[in-house]
Write a protein that binds this ligand. Sequence first.
Ligand code: ATP
Ligand code: MG
Length: 610
Amino acid sequence: MRLGIKGKQVLGVTSIVGTVVVVLSVLHLARLASVSLDESRARAELLANAIYHRAQKVVVAADPLATLRADPGLRSILESSLYSNNVMYAALVDVGGVAVAHADPSLEGQRLPPAGDLRTLLARSRLSQLRAIYASQGQNLEFREPLLLGDKEIGSTRIGVSTLLIRQDLDQSLRPALVTALAALGVSVLVATLLSQLFLRPIHTIRSGLTRLGKGEFGVQLQLDQQDEFGELGTFFNTVSEQLSADRSQMAGQVANLESAVQQLEDAVAIVNARGELLFTNPAMRELLPAAAPGASLDAMLPGPHPLRRLAEETVVSRQSRGPVSAAFGDSGERLVMTHAISDPKGELVGIMLIARNMEYLSEVQSTVRYSRKLAALGRLSAGVAHEVKNPLNAMMIHLELLRQQVSPMTARSSTSSGRAVVVAEPMDRGQALQHVDVIAHEIRRLDEVVQGFLKFTRPEDLKLQPVTLRSLLDEIVPIVRPEAERARVQLIVECDDAPDINGDPAMLRQAFLNLALNACQAMPDGGTLRIHCESARGRRASIAFTDTGVGIKPEHLQRIFDLYFTTKEQGSGIGLSMVYRTVQMHDGEIQVQSTPGAGTTFRVLLPQA
Ligand SMILES: Nc1ncnc2c1ncn2[C@@H]1O[C@H](COP(=O)(O)OP(=O)(O)OP(=O)(O)O)[C@@H](O)[C@H]1O
Ligand SMILES: [Mg+2]
């Protein structure tokens, strides 16, 4: 049985009072026992003296014992012993221990059994006297006095005292003490209960405050108007309660934020405990799994060997995250599923997070990203086009002005002789006028080329994606590049045997790689090395690097090399790298340039693996 503080306090006080009462009672009893034994001794001594004096009076020398036996005075003294408290008998015995005269005449002539000495017991401590009195059977004790005739001992007086009789006496005198003790115990229980009620009231107040806090109540405050430790406890409680309320509201805010974030996630999210019972789902998951109600088991939600269930079971065993793998969800279609282990700070698995990702949504995002990249590429093209359109337009303006002057009927001239301005008509120079027309026609053609080139770039072209082996693609380019390389004494190295296949349009890629290789050869007019190296790259991509030991690119040109019509070559059109850039963009790839003027250049193209 569990004892409360109150019970313990009452029990403690009662046992202290009880112990005190018992100890005091035992001491009191021991004193009474000692007194009672002493009184018995005094009575016995009195009797022995009376017998002795009577014997001195009546005894005769011839047969003293026979005289004493027959003496009625002595007999009446012996019989009076029976009325003495605690005394059982008085007897006169000879030196052999045979009763000469006895309070009980039937015992006369018989040997009296030996008994303990009353004086010996009286010499012992009070507690051992008490023990002797309360020994189970009780015992007879004797007060003995020798009976002398002159110097000769003729027998002895023996007064028998019973411990049983003393015990009865003590029991009687103990009864009121017992009642007092019981009353004291009763009062102590009552007082202890009242005191505990009084002292422990703050504990009840604190307990009820803690219960309210535990139930999640905010701002619980205790009114303990005491100046003692309980008062301090109350103040401390109020501080902790305030802090807890502040933390709880902050946490509630964070949880609400988190919940609303998870609720609005495109990903379907669910959390199950280690036994596979559902704890939480967001709307996307409920849409995917209509059976996903809180408490439902994973087996009920995903019947049969579903990949998500398999991943969850593996996570329970391994305590590691699993996936992503593709899984079908009935009419909802394909999802990418994965599981994450949720562990407590001790590393124990407390739950598993299940995630199903909608790839359609992701591809929408990807296509948006791709679209914005295309816009950026278009921006680069437009910059080059504006530059390219401005030059012919300027030239045309100049030649149109000159032509206008040629075809006008008169040309103003100042006359120096008369001081008056005169207008002189000059004949039109047809040859010069035709020259201007030719220039204007040429510039118009150039403009047309620019517009055609721009249209070629912007016109949407269908990508014909297919798995492409890089080695065979480069094998087709090498024969075209080699004459150019040999002419410029360039060594050509191709390292593409271990490269993964890529997903691409072979015709467009061939053209792009050819442009990069030709540019490299053109950058090494005095010879050098062109190294084409293919390898796997991060994010399931393949890298194709064109490294030359040529003149390099000036830092101020680096920003512009991909602009349409940017060229530093006399015969260059500035279209090559723009084509490369556009092709890489269309393949959802990336192009990087590293160049050191005078040392060489590396163009690295990253394309998705097949
Ligand atoms: N490997 C290279 N080393 C040094 N400079 C380079 C390299 N590749 C390209 N360039 C620089 O980038 C410019 C643009 O190159 P791009 O291929 O677009 O045009 P182009 O080679 O000048 O003419 P074309 O249209 O005939 O190819 C070049 O004029 C050159 O200055
Ligand atoms: Mg080029």
